[in-house]
Design a protein around this ligand. Sequence first.
Ligand SMILES: NC(=O)c1ccc[n+]([C@@H]2O[C@H](COP(=O)([O-])OP(=O)(O)OC[C@H]3O[C@@H](n4cnc5c(N)ncnc54)[C@H](OP(=O)(O)O)[C@@H]3O)[C@@H](O)[C@H]2O)c1
Length: 303
Amino acid sequence: MADQLIIALAGATGDIGGRIARALVARGATVRALVRPDLPERDAVRLRQAGAAPVPADPDDVFAMAEAVAGASCVVSALNGVRAVMIGRQGVLLDASVRAGVPRSNPSDFAADFTKTRPGHNRNYDLRREFMARVDAVPIRATSILNGAFMDMLGAEMPIIRTGIHRVLYWHNADQILDFTTKDDTADYTAAAALDDTAPRFLRIAGDSVSVRDIAATMSSLAGKRYRPLWAGNLASLGVMIRIAKLIAPQPDAAFPPWQGMQYMRDQFAGSARLTPIENDRYAGLTWTSVREHLSTLKEHLQ
Ligand SMILES: NC(=O)c1ccc[n+]([C@@H]2O[C@H](COP(=O)([O-])OP(=O)(O)OC[C@H]3O[C@@H](n4cnc5c(N)ncnc54)[C@H](OP(=O)(O)O)[C@@H]3O)[C@@H](O)[C@H]2O)c1
Protein backbone atom coordinates (compact mmCIF):
# COMPACT_ATOMS: atom_id res chain seq x y z
CA MET A 1 0.00 0.00 0.00
CA ALA A 2 1.48 3.34 -1.08
CA ASP A 3 1.89 6.05 1.55
CA GLN A 4 0.90 9.38 -0.01
CA LEU A 5 3.72 11.18 1.77
CA ILE A 6 6.56 8.81 0.85
CA ILE A 7 8.44 9.90 -2.27
CA ALA A 8 11.39 7.96 -3.69
CA LEU A 9 13.85 10.23 -5.47
CA ALA A 10 16.58 9.20 -7.92
CA GLY A 11 19.33 11.73 -8.55
CA ALA A 12 19.06 13.40 -5.13
CA THR A 13 22.85 13.77 -5.14
CA GLY A 14 22.56 16.07 -8.16
CA ASP A 15 21.73 19.72 -8.66
CA ILE A 16 17.98 19.59 -9.37
CA GLY A 17 17.53 16.42 -7.32
CA GLY A 18 18.99 18.09 -4.22
CA ARG A 19 16.64 21.03 -4.67
CA ILE A 20 13.65 18.70 -5.13
CA ALA A 21 14.62 16.77 -1.99
CA ARG A 22 14.64 19.98 0.08
CA ALA A 23 11.34 21.15 -1.45
CA LEU A 24 9.70 17.79 -0.70
CA VAL A 25 10.92 17.85 2.91
CA ALA A 26 9.57 21.40 3.26
CA ARG A 27 6.17 20.04 2.18
CA GLY A 28 6.26 17.36 4.87
CA ALA A 29 7.19 14.43 2.63
CA THR A 30 9.31 11.49 3.69
CA VAL A 31 12.06 11.43 1.06
CA ARG A 32 13.84 8.21 0.20
CA ALA A 33 16.94 9.20 -1.75
CA LEU A 34 17.80 6.26 -4.03
CA VAL A 35 21.58 6.23 -3.90
CA ARG A 36 24.33 4.01 -5.20
CA PRO A 37 25.54 1.42 -2.66
CA ASP A 38 29.03 2.99 -2.75
CA LEU A 39 27.81 6.54 -2.05
CA PRO A 40 30.57 8.38 -0.16
CA GLU A 41 29.64 9.02 3.48
CA ARG A 42 30.00 12.80 3.07
CA ASP A 43 27.24 12.73 0.42
CA ALA A 44 25.02 10.60 2.66
CA VAL A 45 25.55 13.12 5.46
CA ARG A 46 24.59 15.97 3.11
CA LEU A 47 21.36 14.16 2.15
CA ARG A 48 20.47 13.49 5.80
CA GLN A 49 21.12 17.14 6.63
CA ALA A 50 18.63 18.05 3.87
CA GLY A 51 16.09 15.80 5.60
CA ALA A 52 16.21 12.89 3.11
CA ALA A 53 16.97 9.27 4.00
CA PRO A 54 19.64 7.69 1.76
CA VAL A 55 18.41 4.25 0.58
CA PRO A 56 21.21 2.35 -1.18
CA ALA A 57 20.21 0.27 -4.21
CA ASP A 58 22.14 -0.91 -7.25
CA PRO A 59 20.84 1.26 -10.13
CA ASP A 60 21.14 -1.74 -12.52
CA ASP A 61 19.25 -4.20 -10.29
CA VAL A 62 15.50 -4.05 -10.84
CA PHE A 63 14.77 -6.29 -7.82
CA ALA A 64 16.88 -4.24 -5.40
CA MET A 65 15.35 -1.08 -6.81
CA ALA A 66 11.81 -2.47 -6.43
CA GLU A 67 12.53 -3.14 -2.76
CA ALA A 68 13.85 0.39 -2.35
CA VAL A 69 10.78 2.08 -3.88
CA ALA A 70 8.08 -0.22 -2.41
CA GLY A 71 5.47 1.73 -0.45
CA ALA A 72 6.22 5.07 -2.09
CA SER A 73 3.37 6.95 -3.74
CA CYS A 74 5.61 8.40 -6.45
CA VAL A 75 9.09 7.78 -7.82
CA VAL A 76 10.67 11.00 -9.00
CA SER A 77 13.70 10.93 -11.26
CA ALA A 78 16.12 13.85 -11.43
CA LEU A 79 18.79 11.75 -13.16
CA ASN A 80 20.93 13.28 -15.86
CA GLY A 81 22.86 11.75 -18.71
CA VAL A 82 22.45 10.32 -22.19
CA ARG A 83 21.10 6.98 -23.38
CA ALA A 84 22.62 4.79 -20.64
CA VAL A 85 20.96 6.93 -17.98
CA MET A 86 17.82 8.39 -19.56
CA ILE A 87 16.72 5.11 -21.16
CA GLY A 88 18.79 2.45 -19.32
CA ARG A 89 18.87 3.61 -15.74
CA GLN A 90 15.46 5.30 -15.84
CA GLY A 91 14.13 2.10 -17.47
CA VAL A 92 15.28 0.01 -14.49
CA LEU A 93 13.67 2.55 -12.16
CA LEU A 94 10.42 2.39 -14.12
CA ASP A 95 10.34 -1.42 -14.22
CA ALA A 96 11.09 -1.52 -10.50
CA SER A 97 8.31 0.96 -9.77
CA VAL A 98 5.79 -1.14 -11.72
CA ARG A 99 7.01 -4.33 -10.04
CA ALA A 100 6.63 -2.72 -6.59
CA GLY A 101 3.14 -1.39 -7.40
CA VAL A 102 4.14 2.28 -7.06
CA PRO A 103 1.18 4.20 -8.50
CA ARG A 104 2.99 7.23 -9.94
CA SER A 105 6.32 8.06 -11.55
CA ASN A 106 7.84 11.34 -12.73
CA PRO A 107 10.65 11.03 -15.31
CA SER A 108 13.57 13.43 -15.43
CA ASP A 109 12.32 15.58 -18.28
CA PHE A 110 12.75 19.21 -17.10
CA ALA A 111 12.93 20.61 -20.61
CA ALA A 112 11.06 22.69 -23.15
CA ASP A 113 8.14 21.00 -24.90
CA PHE A 114 9.88 18.06 -26.56
CA THR A 115 6.51 16.51 -27.35
CA LYS A 116 6.18 19.03 -30.20
CA THR A 117 9.67 19.09 -31.70
CA ARG A 118 10.93 17.35 -34.80
CA PRO A 119 12.57 13.92 -34.26
CA GLY A 120 16.28 13.93 -35.11
CA HIS A 121 16.69 17.63 -34.37
CA ASN A 122 17.66 17.48 -30.71
CA ARG A 123 19.40 14.43 -29.23
CA ASN A 124 18.22 15.00 -25.63
CA TYR A 125 14.61 15.63 -26.70
CA ASP A 126 14.68 12.42 -28.79
CA LEU A 127 15.77 10.47 -25.71
CA ARG A 128 12.93 11.99 -23.69
CA ARG A 129 10.38 11.11 -26.36
CA GLU A 130 11.71 7.55 -26.50
CA PHE A 131 11.38 7.22 -22.74
CA MET A 132 7.93 8.84 -22.82
CA ALA A 133 6.75 6.00 -25.10
CA ARG A 134 8.17 3.48 -22.67
CA VAL A 135 6.49 5.11 -19.67
CA ASP A 136 3.17 5.34 -21.45
CA ALA A 137 3.26 1.60 -22.24
CA VAL A 138 3.31 0.44 -18.59
CA PRO A 139 0.65 0.56 -15.87
CA ILE A 140 1.82 3.62 -13.95
CA ARG A 141 0.60 7.22 -13.93
CA ALA A 142 3.39 9.53 -15.01
CA THR A 143 3.84 13.29 -14.83
CA SER A 144 6.54 15.17 -16.73
CA ILE A 145 7.44 18.69 -15.68
CA LEU A 146 8.29 20.91 -18.65
CA ASN A 147 9.95 24.16 -17.59
CA GLY A 148 11.76 25.57 -20.63
CA ALA A 149 15.37 26.57 -20.04
CA PHE A 150 16.62 26.95 -16.51
CA MET A 151 16.73 30.71 -15.97
CA ASP A 152 19.87 30.25 -13.84
CA MET A 153 21.74 29.57 -17.11
CA LEU A 154 20.91 32.98 -18.57
CA GLY A 155 24.11 34.97 -18.17
CA ALA A 156 26.00 31.72 -17.41
CA GLU A 157 25.91 28.50 -19.48
CA MET A 158 23.55 30.19 -21.97
CA PRO A 159 25.94 32.94 -23.02
CA ILE A 160 23.68 35.16 -25.11
CA ILE A 161 24.21 38.27 -22.97
CA ARG A 162 27.48 39.88 -24.13
CA THR A 163 28.32 42.46 -21.50
CA GLY A 164 31.56 43.61 -23.18
CA ILE A 165 29.68 44.91 -26.23
CA HIS A 166 26.24 45.48 -24.62
CA ARG A 167 24.48 43.12 -26.95
CA VAL A 168 22.15 40.14 -26.54
CA LEU A 169 22.63 37.49 -29.22
CA TYR A 170 19.71 35.97 -31.09
CA TRP A 171 19.13 33.69 -34.03
CA HIS A 172 16.32 34.14 -36.52
CA ASN A 173 14.03 36.50 -34.60
CA ALA A 174 14.72 38.93 -31.72
CA ASP A 175 11.02 38.87 -30.85
CA GLN A 176 10.71 35.09 -30.46
CA ILE A 177 9.42 34.40 -26.95
CA LEU A 178 11.65 32.08 -24.89
CA ASP A 179 10.47 30.25 -21.74
CA PHE A 180 12.59 30.32 -18.57
CA THR A 181 12.09 28.93 -15.05
CA THR A 182 14.62 28.93 -12.21
CA LYS A 183 15.89 25.64 -10.84
CA ASP A 184 14.41 26.41 -7.40
CA ASP A 185 10.98 27.31 -8.80
CA THR A 186 11.03 24.12 -10.89
CA ALA A 187 12.01 22.04 -7.86
CA ASP A 188 9.24 23.55 -5.71
CA TYR A 189 6.67 22.83 -8.39
CA THR A 190 8.03 19.30 -8.96
CA ALA A 191 7.68 18.59 -5.24
CA ALA A 192 4.06 19.79 -5.29
CA ALA A 193 3.35 17.64 -8.35
CA ALA A 194 4.98 14.58 -6.78
CA LEU A 195 2.56 14.86 -3.85
CA ASP A 196 -0.44 15.46 -6.13
CA ASP A 197 -2.37 12.27 -6.70
CA THR A 198 -4.30 13.89 -9.56
CA ALA A 199 -1.34 15.35 -11.49
CA PRO A 200 -1.80 14.98 -15.27
CA ARG A 201 0.68 13.48 -17.76
CA PHE A 202 2.33 16.86 -18.50
CA LEU A 203 2.63 20.02 -16.45
CA ARG A 204 4.08 23.03 -18.24
CA ILE A 205 5.50 25.93 -16.25
CA ALA A 206 7.37 29.12 -17.08
CA GLY A 207 8.67 31.54 -14.47
CA ASP A 208 8.95 34.12 -17.24
CA SER A 209 8.54 34.21 -21.02
CA VAL A 210 10.51 36.93 -22.76
CA SER A 211 12.16 37.74 -26.07
CA VAL A 212 15.78 38.74 -26.66
CA ARG A 213 14.48 42.27 -27.27
CA ASP A 214 12.89 42.14 -23.79
CA ILE A 215 16.16 40.85 -22.28
CA ALA A 216 18.09 43.69 -23.94
CA ALA A 217 15.62 46.25 -22.53
CA THR A 218 15.89 44.70 -19.06
CA MET A 219 19.69 44.73 -19.22
CA SER A 220 19.60 48.39 -20.35
CA SER A 221 17.51 49.42 -17.38
CA LEU A 222 19.50 47.33 -14.86
CA ALA A 223 22.96 48.27 -16.15
CA GLY A 224 22.21 51.88 -17.09
CA LYS A 225 23.80 51.24 -20.50
CA ARG A 226 21.94 50.60 -23.72
CA TYR A 227 21.83 46.94 -24.72
CA ARG A 228 20.70 45.94 -28.22
CA PRO A 229 19.79 42.60 -29.79
CA LEU A 230 22.56 41.27 -32.06
CA TRP A 231 21.66 38.92 -34.94
CA ALA A 232 23.94 35.86 -34.78
CA GLY A 233 22.49 34.14 -37.84
CA ASN A 234 19.41 32.33 -39.07
CA LEU A 235 18.26 28.85 -38.08
CA ALA A 236 19.98 27.29 -41.11
CA SER A 237 23.35 28.79 -40.13
CA LEU A 238 22.81 27.54 -36.58
CA GLY A 239 22.23 24.10 -38.10
CA VAL A 240 25.59 24.35 -39.90
CA MET A 241 27.29 25.38 -36.65
CA ILE A 242 25.73 22.36 -34.90
CA ARG A 243 27.10 20.01 -37.58
CA ILE A 244 30.59 21.56 -37.38
CA ALA A 245 30.61 21.46 -33.54
CA LYS A 246 29.54 17.79 -33.67
CA LEU A 247 32.43 17.00 -36.03
CA ILE A 248 35.04 18.90 -34.03
CA ALA A 249 33.91 17.84 -30.55
CA PRO A 250 31.36 15.02 -30.73
CA GLN A 251 31.51 14.10 -27.00
CA PRO A 252 28.75 11.46 -27.42
CA ASP A 253 28.73 10.55 -23.74
CA ALA A 254 28.29 14.11 -22.48
CA ALA A 255 24.79 15.32 -21.61
CA PHE A 256 25.47 18.90 -22.66
CA PRO A 257 28.28 19.16 -25.26
CA PRO A 258 28.39 22.52 -27.10
CA TRP A 259 26.40 21.14 -30.08
CA GLN A 260 23.64 20.02 -27.72
CA GLY A 261 23.42 23.52 -26.28
CA MET A 262 23.07 24.83 -29.85
CA GLN A 263 20.29 22.31 -30.53
CA TYR A 264 18.41 23.72 -27.54
CA MET A 265 18.95 27.24 -28.90
CA ARG A 266 17.62 26.20 -32.31
CA ASP A 267 14.41 24.82 -30.81
CA GLN A 268 13.99 27.89 -28.58
CA PHE A 269 14.51 30.39 -31.39
CA ALA A 270 12.38 28.38 -33.82
CA GLY A 271 9.58 28.55 -31.26
CA SER A 272 8.98 24.84 -31.81
CA ALA A 273 9.27 23.86 -28.14
CA ARG A 274 7.21 26.67 -26.60
CA LEU A 275 5.25 25.76 -23.51
CA THR A 276 1.49 25.93 -23.72
CA PRO A 277 -0.76 25.75 -21.81
CA ILE A 278 1.14 27.06 -18.78
CA GLU A 279 -0.05 25.66 -15.46
CA ASN A 280 1.88 27.84 -13.00
CA ASP A 281 -1.27 28.34 -10.89
CA ARG A 282 -2.03 24.69 -10.25
CA TYR A 283 -0.48 24.75 -6.76
CA ALA A 284 -1.11 27.53 -4.24
CA GLY A 285 1.70 29.43 -2.55
CA LEU A 286 4.38 29.16 -5.23
CA THR A 287 6.26 32.24 -6.37
CA TRP A 288 7.91 32.72 -9.75
CA THR A 289 11.22 34.46 -10.33
CA SER A 290 11.16 36.85 -13.29
CA VAL A 291 14.04 37.30 -15.73
CA ARG A 292 14.46 40.83 -14.37
CA GLU A 293 14.82 39.52 -10.80
CA HIS A 294 17.28 36.89 -11.95
CA LEU A 295 19.43 39.30 -13.97
CA SER A 296 19.48 41.82 -11.14
CA THR A 297 21.33 39.23 -9.03
CA LEU A 298 24.13 38.91 -11.59
CA LYS A 299 26.29 41.71 -10.23
CA GLU A 300 29.14 41.10 -12.67
CA HIS A 301 26.71 41.78 -15.52
CA LEU A 302 25.72 45.14 -14.21
CA GLN A 303 29.13 46.78 -13.69
N1 LIG B 1 15.89 22.74 -18.97
C1 LIG B 1 17.15 23.02 -18.73
O1 LIG B 1 17.61 24.14 -19.03
C2 LIG B 1 18.05 22.03 -18.05
C3 LIG B 1 19.35 22.37 -17.72
C4 LIG B 1 20.14 21.46 -17.01
C5 LIG B 1 19.60 20.22 -16.69
N2 LIG B 1 18.32 19.91 -17.06
C6 LIG B 1 17.73 18.60 -16.74
O2 LIG B 1 17.50 18.49 -15.34
C7 LIG B 1 17.66 17.12 -14.94
C8 LIG B 1 18.67 17.03 -13.79
O3 LIG B 1 19.86 17.68 -14.20
P1 LIG B 1 21.01 18.04 -13.13
O4 LIG B 1 21.82 19.11 -13.74
O5 LIG B 1 20.43 18.23 -11.77
O6 LIG B 1 21.84 16.69 -13.15
P2 LIG B 1 23.22 16.30 -12.42
O7 LIG B 1 23.37 17.06 -11.16
O8 LIG B 1 24.32 16.41 -13.43
O9 LIG B 1 23.01 14.75 -12.18
C9 LIG B 1 21.87 14.24 -11.52
C10 LIG B 1 22.14 12.80 -11.12
O10 LIG B 1 22.18 11.96 -12.26
C11 LIG B 1 23.12 10.90 -12.04
N3 LIG B 1 24.12 11.00 -13.11
C12 LIG B 1 24.69 12.12 -13.59
N4 LIG B 1 25.55 11.81 -14.57
C13 LIG B 1 25.51 10.48 -14.72
C14 LIG B 1 26.18 9.56 -15.56
N5 LIG B 1 27.03 9.99 -16.50
N6 LIG B 1 25.93 8.25 -15.42
C15 LIG B 1 25.06 7.82 -14.50
N7 LIG B 1 24.37 8.64 -13.67
C16 LIG B 1 24.60 9.94 -13.78
C17 LIG B 1 23.76 11.12 -10.67
O11 LIG B 1 23.03 10.33 -9.74
P3 LIG B 1 23.77 9.18 -8.87
O12 LIG B 1 24.64 9.90 -7.90
O13 LIG B 1 22.66 8.45 -8.22
O14 LIG B 1 24.54 8.36 -9.87
C18 LIG B 1 23.47 12.59 -10.42
O15 LIG B 1 23.38 12.95 -9.07
C19 LIG B 1 18.05 16.36 -16.21
O16 LIG B 1 16.90 15.87 -16.82
C20 LIG B 1 18.65 17.45 -17.08
O17 LIG B 1 18.64 17.18 -18.45
C21 LIG B 1 17.53 20.80 -17.72
